[in-house]
Ligand binder design. Sequence first.
Ligand code: AKB
Length: 312
Amino acid sequence: MEKILIIGACGQIGVELTLALRKEYSNQQVIATDIRDEHELLKGTGPYAILNAMDASALLEIIRKEKITQVYLLAAVLSATGEKDPKRAWDINMQSLMQLLDIGVQEKLHKIYWPSSIAVFGTSTPKQNTVQKTIIEPQTVYGISKYAGELWCQYYNDRWGLDVRSLRYPGLISWKSAPGGGTTDYAIEIFHEALRSGHYTSFLDKGTYLPMMYMDDAIRATIELMESPSEKIKSRMSYNVSAMSFSPEEIAAEIRTHIPNFTIDYAPDFRQKIAEGWPQSIDDSAATSDWGWKPEFDLRKMANEMLTHLKG
Ligand code: AKB
């Protein structure tokens, strides 16, 4: 019987992934952990423990005690927060991964999931329909840590046969749990502000296209990747996955079809430079051909879901 540990279960991906895995398996088979107090939406849905992703001995203890077979490591410092304290971002992102990879080999874990990001790409990468294997020279500490992590995942698979799987998420858009310090967070803030005040000042400029995905698609991609037979996982670096691509004025125009008086203006800050280093759209054909990935949400469908749920 599989027993799953989620590290970073109270974050933007963690909350929804924990709930989805508890549906797929059973509540007792999925142990949620985070350094924070339990998220409201997780309360009463299954086991919860406080765990610092940097604490290797606490991690080993819980893996042994709960007879864990799979770990999802979601704790990370994202792009915008990472630039404020690069050394701290590097330490957290790398140490949490490296100790898990070692424990994975030692404890013979069946599978590990570790998310990467479109942040691995930099200004030297072709911007349109960016393929999985291309020029990769990340410019943020977050991107550097994700690319180094991808290489380490591949190394542990190659050298010790550890079954580590990974996706390069685009910007993720969700209403259940808040995002934490990313450059793509504007695409969530805009919905909250549209409903609250009817106006949004975007920290990314007009014409800044970025690849994005609705959380339901991201959760399904993650679970489909993890449940695919091992022989279908041909990349042990990380898979590109994609769903939609838009600019601030395009998402604003979509919101205006629901809230006609909604207005937007632009005050780009340090995150503009980060966004300009990333691709505008992603080619995910490797994920499609290897394990059958197909997105379900485009801009229209996603905006409709966001506004319906946030209105309550
Ligand atoms: C960020 O903006 O840092 C993240 C990401 C694209 O990985 N949402």
